[in-house]
Design a protein around this ligand. Structure first.
Ligand SMILES: [Zn+2]
Length: 323
């Protein structure tokens, strides 16, 4: 693990500590999935320790929140290797649930004006079985996924396991990275790679969980998410990767579990000429202050924030009726 990491978005070294969370090796009564991740944490990431303390830190340069010590790319790869076979990526004969349909319709609505009336090739990067594409398939679009999942739903082509394996000539009018970039050690490199697969005037859609509204991330285990974005840091990520941000907003979105949770959604494109390219921001002087204000929202601010996202109030009902 890296004790003093540089910022994976802006390369900065100026961090402000927000708080700590500690995980004890001997903790009992954990759900299976959490216990499995604890084993990887104490056997592979931090062997020989009895307690792992995650220091949550805010980047002064771009507003990204991570924790330190930070896992290396090799440690994250070792985590996936250890989890392989135990996760949902081995689903056979994948089906589409009601929740999948809802999530797909919400995503389709978010990008509808980008795909309307055009023959669109869509790539869902890290899209599992392709279930998030069901609405796009019904709209007659050509849908592909890049993922470790061996099988996809009807109408979705599994193109490759990693983006590097996708044939060089393949281009896409819409590339989706939904709930992917919070897991990777080098999100800028991943966005650049995806941007390189866009057709002329192609669109990149990014969605990330917002875990910073009125709090620092409270994760049950530190292995699953390693980057914590808000709107300013999402913009910085896309701009750092050389893209023009068309829109970036926060919305209550249906989560895989069936309830609404807050997500940051963004739409970007590759610059069409030098003028557009030179207008892309290379510094984000207000980002850290904005993210810190979000995290440290007072109660009145949280109430106002909640009123802006009334769908969150539906969650108690959704917990009852979800499937
Ligand atoms: Zn940064």
């Amino acid at each position: 693990m890296i004790e003093n990491p540089s910022c994976p978005v802006c390369d900065g070294h100026s961090w402000r500590e927000l708080g700590r969370q500690s995980y004890a090796k001997g903790e009992t009564g954990l759900p299976d999935g959490v216990a499995q991740r604890y084993r990887i944490l104490f056997e592979t990431w931090a062997p020989g320790t009895e307690r792992f303390v995650a220091r949550y830190v805010l980047c002064a340069g771009c507003g990204l929140v991570i924790y330190a010590p930070r896992p290396t790319a090799e440690e994250v790869a070792a985590k996936y290797a250890a989890l392989g076979g135990a996760s949902s990526t081995t689903v056979h004969n994948p089906t589409v649930t009601t929740t999948d349909r809802t999530r797909s319709a919400e995503l389709f609505a978010a990008v509808a004006d980008r795909v309307a009336g055009r023959a669109v090739r869509v790539l869902d990067f890290g899209g599992g079985t392709g279930s998030l594409m069901v609405r796009f398939v019904e709209a007659g679009l050509q849908c592909s996924v890049v993922d470790y999942a061996p099988e996809t739903i009807a109408g979705v082509e599994k193109l490759a396991t990693t983006i590097a394996e996708v044939p060089a000539e393949r281009r896409f009018d819409l590339v989706i990275a939904s709930h992917v970039l919070e897991h990777v050690t080098d999100p800028v490199a991943v966005v650049r790679e995806l941007a390189g697969r866009l057709s002329r005037q192609g669109t990149l859609y990014v969605e990330l969980p917002l875990e910073l509204a009125g709090r620092i991330p409270r994760r049950r285990e530190p292995l699953t998410h390693i980057n914590f974005f808000a709107e300013p840091s999402t913009r910085a990520l896309l701009e750092r990767a050389g893209l023009v941000v068309d829109a970036c907003w926060t919305e209550a979105v249906t989560h895989a579990g069936g309830t609404y949770s807050l997500s940051v959604r963004a739409i970007a494109h590759a610059p069409s000429d030098d003028g557009e390219a030179s207008a892309i921001a290379t510094a984000w002087p207000d980002a850290a202050r904005e993210v810190e204000a979000l995290i440290r929202m007072p109660l009145a601010g949280r109430i106002a924030f909640g009123l802006q996202h009334p769908k969150l109030l539906v969650n108690p009902l959704r917990r009852v009726v979800r499937r």
